[in-house]
Write a protein that binds this ligand. Sequence first.
Ligand code: P6P
Length: 342
Amino acid sequence: MVKHTATSVVTIERYIIEQERLYPDAPGELSGLLYDIALAAKMIANKVRMAGLADIIGATENENVQGEIQQKLDVLANDMIIKALDHSGRLCAMASEEEPDIIQIPDNFRCGKYCLLFDPLDGSSNIDVNVPVGTIFSVVLKITRGARGEMEDMLQPGRRQVAAGYVIYGSSTMMVYTTGQGVHGFTLDPQIGEFLLSHPNIRIPERGRYLSVNDSYEQVWEEDVRALMRRYRGLDGVRDPMSVRYVGSLVADFHRNLLGGGLFAYPANEKNPRGKLRLLYEANPLAFIVEQAGGLASNGSIRILDVEPTELHQRTPLFIGSKSDVMMADRMLAAPVLAEQA
Ligand code: P6P
């Protein structure tokens, strides 16, 4: 495989093809699926960029963008992803944070062998205050017989993923993905409408600089969680103190920690007894990415990728990021299951 650096001009399409060549028997369907997701990401980026202009743009007489933009952006993003992928012939079904049930492929389109699970626009409430938001996606192979996807195809543990990624709509738009051969980041050049390789082979530092957690739940955490957060802050003298960086947008917090080293923690609490974040299309894809980058992800007792799903929208506690910091969580919160696997 050609070794790329961030200075060579490599589009995401070229990179996907080069990765596919590593596996001659790969039929290319997964590559096509990743292109389609990159296309949907460009369309969503365009809408997210214009969100703040809805009132202004809407004032012109013939623009319908105000209605389109003012339609909740996460619903708009959801529809864009479905429309960009439902006719590709690569999917047997989809599942979205915005839809209660699985999304079937229309009868007039061919079914494929992959399932796509996604959160179309996580953290969308942050758009009004210009905080970065993101799209998160997970791809698994169909395991049931027949052409159409079934719930059983969606309820697979994260270790069965064949691809995962996210798009962050921030100061620039980036798409970061893995197919199990490392983690690669692409930055959208809006002038040419292409995602260009900017972060080849991302690796997360072993120890985190940043702690991302919402302290307002401190009073409703279990005592072991409180002790863990004191440790991350260096208050019990075991670890050097981490700086707290909490945006309140999962993809933004995760992305910063992936590049700079850190830990994102969303423990269970009285308000969210099973945690807040969704297993199938938030925790699982980010866990696949972080492990491919040398980090870890846990629910506080076992590896996220080993959690056996039972419901499409089930939630999970989440500790994800630098390996030594996630292992610290697993030592302090439960029997050290993760330590043997690391
Ligand atoms: P809290 C956004 O609503 C979100 O789903 C994630 O993007 C974010 O990490 C989390 O919730 C923030 O939750 O309870 O701290 O506001």
